[in-house]
Ligand binder design. Structure first.
Ligand code: ADP
Length: 540
């Protein structure tokens, strides 16, 4: 027997319509490329989203068309998220830090019809224009007064696209499984691969965020996504914030510690979300000024493992750390590490131990760990295996790329994350490595993340990474690459002694390389692939 309830499609545009009606004064604050700070509300934004949608219709955009964006975090980018998907087209966010070759590949692979860009990125597009589809139109996201001189033929002005358009729209109805967003992973190996989100997956993911992180996602809180709108939909915040009545503060392109501190401070941001490298910069600034930004009380750290010292530094200053794990293919949220009430009174040391894990699962994402043969392993806190996931917010295949899709699903349709993990009986997940970064020495796995955490606890170390280098006797050995803190000179012997204190002898690297900085991927994470290329051949 079927239930007798209505079936209405879950649609992204309904979020902004809802927010405009129920949280009309919820704010969007943006640091603009024009150089000023722009303020608007969900009510005003809903009007502009309608105008933009009419503008897109006038340009002849059809359902399913891919419309690309190359832009910082700001209100116009947010408007594009809603207007493009609202009319049934697909918002394809492009990471401006990709190499020219990767950018050319994805614009062509996605067959983008229009490319919206911030003025900052006009020179990149001018350089690559000849390699993009011939009929690609470019819209520059500014007003007429700020339009740059450009060689891009027929480039349109964003504000002129909206001018004079009606501020209301009847959003079309379509199947909730209609594609809404497209995001390519940075593609550290092979070509980038596209994850194609649907309206349904996007709404379910937004609901999940709201029920999983309710202390942040509630009416009146102020949230700053440092994580870019071009990196997995800024982890779902552009949807979950208006859904819950929280305000969004968009930092534009200035993501250094000082700029972030000032913005957090003046805008009284409660919670900020981003990758660890960004927080290392902010923490320096907090230490220099000897205080926290006004009203700052929460930080969500994901994208790569949060170093223990960073978690400790925030927590001892009274800022709650929520360590989260996920991936582009998962929309992205998989786990989050806010502690349950019965762990709130644990001694600080043990609380930090817990927070160093990636936390517990979220509703709708099933997880399993398996051995090399695919057999399930127990969630006993010890067994380490390949992590697989399944759920409605997880990709079922890469966009127009069957070759890349086949190997990442097992016989039962679970998606292989490429991460190596342990799950304990209380449900806490600990990522110990990425399978491609694993170090296998004498037949035993060495967790690069464990080593990195220990080294990061040394006061003279600013950042570090551990990679595998080939070894004739042990197959692979770990190599430690260290960035010293400014004006500090950490000694190799000290660091090795620190590791030897905490690890078995065979897990301690034989050698340390000191460098001025670590190479980063397009998403701001340490690029171990580049490090391996730099150091692995002949490293030892
Ligand atoms: P990209 O490879 O383009 O950066 P993603 O952002 O989707 O793609 O990266 C997802 C991967 O990042 C995960 O599979 C995992 O290896 C790593 N990751 C994400 N969050 C964490 C975390 N909190 N701790 C450890 N690793 C993480």
């Amino acid at each position: 027997m079927k239930g007798q309830m209505m079936h209405r499609p879950l649609k992204i545009a309904d979020i902004i319509t809802f927010a405009a009606a129920n949280y009309p004064n919820g704010e969007l604050v943006s640091v603009r490329t024009e150089g000023d700070i722009h303020r608007t509300t969900y009510r005003e934004t809903a009007h502009r989203v309608a105008q933009l949608a009419h503008g897109l219709n006038k340009l002849g955009v059809n359902p399913g068309d891919r419309i690309a964006t190359l832009a910082w975090n700001g209100y116009r980018h947010f408007e594009l998220y809603y207007a493009i998907s609202g009319i049934g087209a697909v918002c394809h966010t492009i990471n401006p830090r990709l190499s020219a070759e990767q950018m050319i590949y994805i614009v062509n692979h996605a067959k983008d019809r229009i490319l919206f860009c911030d003025t900052t990125f006009v020179p990149i597009i001018e350089k690559l224009r000849a390699h993009f589809p011939e009929d690609l139109r470019v819209v520059i996201m500014t007003d007429r007064a700020h339009m740059p001189e450009t060689s891009l033929e027929g480039a349109l002005c964003y504000e002129e696209l909206l001018d004079g358009q009606p501020q209301e729209i009847d959003w079309p109805d379509f199947d909730e499984n209609q594609a809404a967003g497209l995001c390519y992973t940075s593609g550290t190996t092979g070509n980038p691969k596209g994850t194609l989100f649907s309206h349904r997956s996007t709404l379910l993911h937004a609901f999940t965020l709201c029920i999983t992180i309710p202390k942040v996602l509630q009416e009146g809180t102020r949230i700053l996504p440092v994580v870019p709108l071009f990196h997995v939909n800024a982890w779902g915040l552009p949807y979950a914030a208006p859904l819950s009545g929280a305000s969004l503060i968009f930092p534009g392109g200035a993501l250094d510690g000082k700029s972030l501190f000032d913005l957090l401070d003046t805008e009284k941001v409660f919670s900020a979300w981003g990758v660890p490298t960004v927080w290392l910069g902010l923490m320096n600034e907090i230490n220099q000024r000897g205080r926290l930004p006004d009203g700052f009380g929460d930080v969500v750290i994901g994208g790569s493992a949060a170093p223990r010292t960073l978690i400790e530094a925030f927590e001892t200053k009274g800022v709650n750390v929520c360590h989260a794990w996920g991936m582009t293919e998962m929309s992205p949220l998989g786990t989050q590490c806010n502690l349950p009430p019965d762990m709130a009174d644990l001694p600080q040391e043990q609380r930090i131990d817990r927070k160093q894990s990636q936390g517990r699962g979220v509703f709708g994402v099933e997880m399993k760990i398996v051995d090399d043969a695919g057999n399930r392993m127990p969630h006993d806190g010890v067994s380490q295996g390949h992590l697989y996931v399944r759920g409605n917010t997880i990709t079922s295949g890469y966009f127009e790329d069957p070759e890349a899709s086949t190997p990442v699903f097992d016989r039962d349709g679970w998606f292989c994350t490429g991460d190596i993990a342990v799950i304990d009986p209380q449900g806490f997940l600990k990522i110990t490595d990425r399978s491609k970064d694993l170090i296998k020495s004498g037949g035993e796995w060495i967790s690069s993340l464990d080593l990195e955490n220990i080294v990061m606890s040394h006061p003279d170390v600013a950042n570090c990474a551990v990679i595998a280098v080939p070894d004739p006797k042990w197959d692979e050995r770990p190599l430690l690459v260290v960035v010293p803190r400014e004006d500090a000179q950490p000694q190799e012997d000290d660091l090795l002694a620190l590791l030897a204190d905490r690890l078995a002898k065979w897990q301690v690297p034989d050698e340390i390389v000191f460098v001025e900085q670590l190479p980063l991927t397009a998403t701001g994470k340490v690029s171990k692939l580049t490090l391996r290329k730099q150091h692995a051949e002949g490293g030892l």
